[in-house]
Design a protein around this ligand. Structure first.
Ligand SMILES: NC(=O)c1ccc[n+]([C@@H]2O[C@H](COP(=O)([O-])OP(=O)(O)OC[C@H]3O[C@@H](n4cnc5c(N)ncnc54)[C@H](O)[C@@H]3O)[C@@H](O)[C@H]2O)c1
Length: 384
C-alpha cells in the first residue's frame, strides 16, 4: 500500500505564483541511473531520507559500488540492457519515474574522443528513453549541463555573463553537444520531464562526495594538492577580462542540487498521481489558465531549469578561501588558458526559484569547500 504525506508547495516570488496549495505528495518508487557516481549516490541518499523507495542502475564504468547507499535496490548493468530494464519494471510495477544521471562527464576527453561521448550520452541514452516509453514510464528528470551554452555572448552591466534558459545554445565541445541532443530527444518524447542544466557542482554529503578518476574539477584537485595527494596544481589562465584575471564559475552545493531533484519529483508526481495528465493536456491547460489570468498549475513541469546560485567565484578566490580554511599557503602554478574555457559562467537561477520553489540552503562557498575537504579527508583515511 502507498503511504502519503501532505505538504505545502509554495510558488515563490512572482505575484502570479504567490499561492500556497495543499498537495498530496506520494512517496514514490524511483529509478536512478548513475547511482554509483558522485551526484547519483547523493541524490539516492536524499531520496531515501525522504522515505522514497530507490531503485539504482549503474554499469560501474566510472562509479563505485561502495558509494551506493545500502537502502538502494541496486541493479548492475547498462542503460541499454533492455532485458534488465524489463526485469526492473516487472519487479516494481509502480515504477513510473526516472532520474537519469548516467553518462560521461569529462570535457577534455570528449574533445579527444567525441564518439565515446555521443555513443553514451546520446545514442545509448536515446535507446534508454525508447525503452522507458515502451515500459510505460511517465516521468524523466535529466541532468544536463551549462556546457550546452558554450561561450555566452550576452553580458550584464557588470560584464558578467548571466545565463538564463533562453540564452543561445552553442556548445563548444562534444560533451555539451551530446547533452543538448538528448535534451531535444526528451522534449520530443511522450514522457513528462524536467531537465536541469547543472553549473559547477561541488561539495559533499558526509562520506559521499566527488571522486572522479581522473579528476578534472577545480575544488577536488585543489584539495588533493593541499592534502599532498597530488604533486602539482595549476591555474589555467590569469589574463581573462575578470577582476583578478582568472575564470569565474557558479558553484552549487550538491545537497541543494539533490533538493531540487526532490522538488522536481514532487512536481511531476502531483501531476501524475492526482490528475494523470499527459504532456499534451498539461500544455493545453497551461495556455487556457494563462488566457484566464489564473495560475498555470502545470507550468512547473515539462521545463528546463538552470541550477546554480547566480553568484560567481574566480579560481583565485577559491584558492584564497581554501588557504584560509586549511590555514596553509597553496603554492599553485600558472598555465595558459585551456581552449574553450569561457571567462564567466554564472547561472540565472530565477526560473527554478520562481516556478519550482527551489530554495538553496547551502549557498556559501566556504560550506561547499569545507564539506568537500571533510569528504576528501575521510576518503583518504578509508584507503589507509
Ligand atoms: N559533476 C558536475 O559538476 C556536473 C555538472 C553538470 C552536469 N553533470 C551531469 O551529472 C551527471 C552525473 O555526474 P557525476 O559527476 O555524478 O558523474 P559520475 O561519473 O560520478 O557518475 C556517472 C555514473 O554513471 C554511470 N554510467 C555511465 N554510463 C553508464 C551507462 N551507459 N549505463 C549505466 N551506468 C552508466 C557511471 O558508472 C557512474 O557511476 C552526468 O550526467 C553529468 O553529465 C555533472
Amino acid at each position: 500500500m502507498k503511504t502519503t504525506k501532505t505538504q505545502e508547495l509554495k510558488f515563490a516570488s512572482s505575484p502570479m505564483y504567490k499561492v500556497t496549495i495543499q498537495a498530496k505528495i506520494v512517496l514514490v518508487q524511483i529509478l536512478v541511473t548513475g547511482c554509483a557516481g558522485y551526484i547519483g549516490s547523493i541524490i539516492c541518499q536524499t531520496l531515501i531520507q525522504e522515505n522514497h523507495s530507490v531503485i539504482g542502475l549503474d554499469n560501474l564504468s566510472t562509479g563505485f559500488r561502495e558509494n551506493i547507499p545500502q537502502a538502494v535496490k541496486f541493479y548492475e548493468g547498462d542503460i541499454t540492457d533492455t532485458a534488465l530494464l524489463k526485469e526492473i519494471k516487472d519487479s516494481h510495477p509502480e515504477l513510473n519515474s526516472v532520474i537519469h544521471l548516467a553518462g560521461f562527464i569529462e570535457v577534455a576527453e570528449s574533445v579527444k574522443n567525441p564518439e565515446k561521448y555521443f555513443d553514451n550520452n546520446f545514442h545509448k541514452a536515446k535507446l534508454f528513453l525508447d525503452s522507458l516509453e515502451k515500459l510505460n514510464f511517465k516521468n524523466i528528470i535529466f541532468s544536463s549541463t551549462a556546457a550546452v551554452y558554450g561561450i555566452p555572448q550576452e553580458y550584464d552591466s557588470n560584464g558578467t555573463a548571466y545565463i538564463n534558459e533562453e540564452t543561445t545554445l552553442a556548445p563548444i565541445n562534444p560533451y555539451g553537444s551530446s547533452k543538448l541532443e538528448f535534451e531535444k530527444a526528451i522534449q520530443a518524447s511522450t514522457l513528462n520531464y524536467i531537465i536541469f542544466r547543472f553549473f559547477n557542482v561541488a561539495g559533499a554529503d558526509g562520506v559521499l562526495g566527488e571522486c572522479h578518476q581522473p579528476e578534472t574539477h577545480l575544488i577536488p584537485l585543489l584539495l588533493d594538492f593541499a592534502l599532498e595527494k597530488r604533486e602539482d596544481f595549476s591555474i589555467y589562465g590569469n589574463d581573462y577580462l575578470t577582476p583578478d584575471g582568472t575564470a569565474i564559475r557558479d558553484y552549487i552545493h550538491v545537497k541543494d542540487l539533490a533538493q531540487a531533484h526532490l522538488l522536481a519529483l514532487e512536481a511531476l508526481h502531483v501531476n501524475l498521481e492526482n490528475e494523470n495528465i499527459t504532456k499534451h493536456t498539461a500544455s493545453l491547460l497551461n495556455r487556457m489558465n494563462r488566457e484566464n489570468n489564473s495560475v498555470p498549475k502545470f507550468e512547473n513541469i515539462n521545463q528546463i531549469y538552470n541550477l546554480g546560485y547566480g553568484q560567481g567565484f574566480s579560481v583565485k578566490e577559491i584558492v584564497n578561501i581554501t588557504e584560509k580554511l586549511i590555514n596553509q599557503k597553496i603554492n599553485y602554478g600558472l598555465k595558459p588558458r585551456r581552449i574553450g574555457d569561457p571567462a564567466y559562467l554564472v547561472a540565472s537561477p530565477e526560473k527554478a526559484l520562481r516556478l519550482l520553489g527551489f530554495q538553496p540552503k547551502f549557498n556559501s562557498i566556504e560550506t561547499i569547500i569545507k564539506d568537500a575537504l571533510e569528504h576528501r579527508r575521510t576518503w583518504y583515511r578509508r584507503d589507509q
